[in-house]
Design a protein around this ligand. Structure first.
Ligand code: SAH
Length: 355
């Protein structure tokens, strides 16, 4: 049997690919290797249950996908941003590891760059390079988990909120979800996929067999404004998006979150709160609003709403019956916060955009 050519990298390989690679060895070697990779987060060279010759064979035939380029630390070590280069084409991507009291969360990238072109997001400003494979997504988690292990912490949550639009790369994202759930043992209920609002992708997700959490980057509750902030809204306008969310809620019967980056004078007014409340309070069983004070990015001149404005907007929503919370910002000083991942690429713009 020949090894499947789709197994480009270590964490792209399926059990069958490993079996092909380990042909002639006792069958239990596959399981030993799998456990080493997915339970111990070991590099093949360190899977000591295997002979030195087998470790070498694995290392040579299934290369790792991510080449470490830089590690930046913030929040007294609680937030770590990893910059990687993809082994094939040198494209940079980033992963963020966030330590909390008793667990850790990893924020993974799903594409090298992003084609959605949201003007306030650094990844959107930098443009699209290519899709990530299952293995490139999974390896981000494995490497972050290896790092967390040194602090005796376990990765308990994964958010697909790094670079890229997960639902523009749904098959690979779903492949990664299955690996994380079945092989690494992070339950689908602890996995959150964030989308800019790709309606067919939300519908595909609703048909998938595992109950992952859905977050929708809303930012505006009227088409005229959302068309400007989130250009894909012109293709999938708010009504269609909310219909798809309703379908997801009906199938999953869990709550959905809406993300709202607060931009001073743009989407933080009483009118915005009323429009948002009108959308979310109709959804059952429930919708939750996550307010994120806009983080600065090189290509977007308008500021984030100040702290007082954020509190005022949150209170307005709460008074209108919306379940709204403010997301604590992590890693702003190392450009690791929401919307700041651009993988060290200089964002060259002739004019800073104002909305
Ligand atoms: N493309 C997906 C996944 C990225 S998640 C999506 O858009 O949902 C990144 C989150 O950070 C999204 O909610 C995005 O809207 C938000 N974001 C982008 N730029 C931001 C910024 N400058 N400040 C705060 N949040 C931002």
């Amino acid at each position: 049997m020949k090894s499947d050519s789709s197994a480009r990298t270590l964490y792209d390989a399926s059990r069958d690919d490993l079996a092909a690679l380990l042909a002639g060895e006792p069958a239990y070697r596959v399981e030993q290797t799998w456990k080493g990779l997915y339970e111990s987060f070991a590099e093949p060279a360190n899977i000591t249950t295997l002979s030195a010759a087998l470790r070498t064979r694995l290392t040579e035939q299934l290369p790792t996908a991510l080449i470490p380029a830089r590690e930046s630390v913030s929040d007294k070590g609680d937030t770590v941003k990893f910059l990687w280069r993809l082994a094939d084409g040198n494209h940079p991507i980033e992963t963020v590891l966030m330590h909390y009291a008793d667990r850790a969360t990893v924020c993974v990238s799903t594409q090298a760059g992003c084609a959605m072109a949201c003007g306030f997001c650094a990844t959107g400003q930098a443009g699209f390079n290519r899709q990530l494979t299952v293995g490139e997504i999974v390896e981000q988690v494995v490497r972050a988990a290896r790092h967390a292990k040194k602090r005796k912490q376990r990765v308990a949550n994964i958010v697909f909120m790094g670079m890229g639009e997960p639902l523009a790369n749904e098959p690979a994202v779903w492949g990664a979800v299955e690996r994380l759930h079945h092989d690494i043992g992070i339950s689908a209920r602890h996995l959150t996929i964030s989308t800019v609002g790709i309606v067919p992708g939300i519908r595909t997700l609703a048909s998938r067999p595992l109950p992952v959490n859905l977050a929708v980057s809303m930012h505006a509750a009227r088409n005229e404004l959302r068309d400007q902030l989130v250009p894909i809204n012109k293709r999938y306008p708010i009504d269609e998006l909310i219909d798809a969310c309703r379908e997801y809620l009906r199938v999953r019967n869990r709550r959905i979150s809406f993300e709202w980056a607060l931009i001073a004078g743009v989407n933080d007014t009483a009118r915005d709160a009323t429009e948002l409340a009108r959308l979310t309070t109709k959804l059952r069983p429930s919708a939750h609003v996550n307010l994120i004070p806009l983080n600065p990015t090189p290509g977007f001149a308008t500021r984030g709403t100040d702290a007082q404005g954020v509190r005022r907007f949150a209170k307005r929503l709460q008074d209108l019956g919306v379940n709204a919370t403010v997301r604590r910002n992590r890693g702003t000083d190392i450009d690791a916060a929401c919307g700041q991942l651009a993988a060290g690429q200089p964002v060259v713009l002739t004019a800073r955009r104002n909305i």
